[in-house]
Design a protein around this ligand. Sequence first.
Ligand code: PEP
Ligand code: MG
Length: 832
Amino acid sequence: MMDSYKIEYRCSLPHGLHARPATQLEVVCQRFRARIEWCNQRNGRCADAKSVLALLGTDTLYGDLCELRLSGDDAGKAARELLHFLRYELQEAVTEANSFGPVQIPRSLQATQSPLVYGVAVSPGIGRGELVVMSAKEPVLPLAVLAESLTQRQQRLQSALEQLQEQFQEQLQQANAPVSQVLQAHLSLVADREFQQVLHHFLPDVTSAAEAIRQTQSHFQAQFRTSESHYLQERELDLRDVCQQLLTLLYPGQAGEIIPALRAASVVLADDLTPSQFLKLDKTHLQALLLSKGGQTSHTIILARAAGIPVLTGLTDQRLLPMAGQPIIADAELGCCLLQPDAVAERYYALALQVKQQYRQQLQQQNHSAGYSADRQRLEIAANITSVADAVAAFQAGAEGIGLFRTEMLFIGQDTPPNEETQYQIYRAVLQAADGKPVIIRTFDMGGDKPASYLTLPPELNPFLGLRGIRLYPHCESLFRSQLRALLRAACHGPLKVMLPMVSQPEELHWVRQRIDEEIAELRAAQQPYAVFALGMMLEIPAAALQLEAFCPQADFFSIGSNDLTQYLLAVDRNNPRVAHYYHYAHPALWLLLQQIVTQAHQHGRWIGLCGELGGDPRFLPLLLGLGLDEISLSARQISGHKSALLQLHAGRCRQLLRQVCDADSREQVLTLLAAAEVSEPRPMLRPENIILRQDWRNKAEVLKGMADHLWLTGCTTQPLQLEEALWSREEAYSTGLGHGIAIPHAVSDVIEHSALSICRLAQPVDWDALDGRPVDLVIMLTLSNRQGREQHLRIFSRLARRIMYEEFRQQLRQAPDEQALCEVLRQELKI
Ligand code: PEP
Ligand code: MG
């Protein structure tokens, strides 16, 4: 039967439909026989969705409305899977374009005599090493190549195409996440129908396969260049990469690619670099990359960011080339390079690298620390996964556990389901990756928007209200039993919890418990090792949520499925773009229900988490904390951001906000409440972590920079460079060296998040241009946020200025044995 469907999709990808998402889309489309066309309504360009290059040609940008037209016998199935894919999987983290704006050289670096060269910082960091220049060489092909017959050309080209695909497949097996994204994109390019068609189209009219490759490259380059998206323009590099690799395979040793062998810490200068060239550079020595061309979003830059290699682009300065072999510092924080660094520059960067190192250590600690709010309310931050690879990536990203393993992803999109053994191996591998951390595996949740062809179920008018989740199990009982057996066996390898989707009645839990008991009996009889797991259920049907108590005798734990709970509570199809504006987490009724659920679960001594998309939406984190949930589960890339945001929140204030939200009448009111809420933990001005004892900074500029950086490390500012400048503008009006060896630098500024009084005792006094001409050994710095006002500033400043007139106070400051004691002296004297 010939079916046809249409899906509307508004592009929510920040950089438009570029090569990576287009590749993912193409992979999904390839699973179906249906013809699938992607039409961009803005410019009228339509394309075969099974070709990445054709998709790129539609120039789909952020916000464009597109229509997917599907026709063919499996078009219905394709439409359902594509809807799910577009809604949940085709998402992308916004990669920051780290162009840091106009270069402002900090005062402590201004005395350097080293020549400075400016560029655009696109991958942050600082690298120091010897300058290595990588020359671009156009391949020169030997004459013999020019005499190939058409058949020879066709055969050689075809085998090179196949070989390259195999090569990518092999590399993919060992690649980490960012590299595999790039490899996948390149694999799709080589395998692309349109790419191969154009190659073969040129072949009869040229004298060599190389020529056909060149012409194909130019053909697509011209297409990319006319795109309005700079993102697509930058895909040209991927095309060049793939073509270069084809040439290298066709003409080994003759296609002219020179990768320098790095022998010591090096900063590599090149015109631009393809992703494969970047991958071939020795990362043990590569400290930074300087490119004369190159945008901000090319795959090379993405790989460099993932590998932590600083990159500057736009470096066309003629002074660079003759510096080959000389030391250079590439500063992709400030956006400049220092050639042949002198002692001032070396000292500045030695200190800067120390700060970076401290920052990295802090991040690492945070990554492996448990989720807590500022006032120590616990909230476990777990990850949603669909595969073993996801689990590994999630734990690397700091997940405290797995809150949802959507196992149906192992079952859909193929002709047969995975057997018990395959499943057992996967669940075991996830538990092993978790290494003792908790793992919640959800039994397969098919039906609704996740169909599986082999289940041969009759079509439903309203699949989301039909046979889905747990309701399906009696209709495919042996399949469900095979999953139960695999789970019971896997439970021997770690703390496993299993949960059931779409439960609406206690009898359903009872039915499953009976099947588990029977499978345990079978395993025991067969003498197969197994372990019993905790059995829980998802709360995603309002009826079950409202009647939670009735499930408690059989459910060991609960997890809220906010996607479905919102859909059923608000009566909005979660995948229907026409009613998407009705689907909103700010609806007060949702929070009323969530509050009731969490309270009830805890009253019955049950653990409760939340694993739908709401868990990853940073706008609602204060409310989730206010609910008192035990856990939230989100995608791996959101974990570190959520952990640090959580650390700033005050749970008490969040609970208060939640109460207001539950009393609100409309979602607009909720959004206004959220925008105005003060939910961060108030910080005292004086904290031991802002006290620095025996620091060996050598001059005033180093002290101001060091103290501004320290405030950055303690989270009081996010912009240390601007803070440093604010401090300097005060110093320029008058010296804050008030005499007696004491300086009181100060600033009131927007770049200060939390007001602070920081103190530094210097190992050696430094010149401060003080009123009495004495060098300074004690610095008391006052940095106030604009919100907290000037009045407080004046009050503290004048009290301080009066108190330092007294010898006894000065002695107390200089002799206090530790940070805590020093804080106490100031607290008492200044009454803060
Ligand atoms: C949910 O409904 O919130 C949930 C996590 O399940 P899924 O999105 O897989 O239906
Ligand atoms: Mg659900």
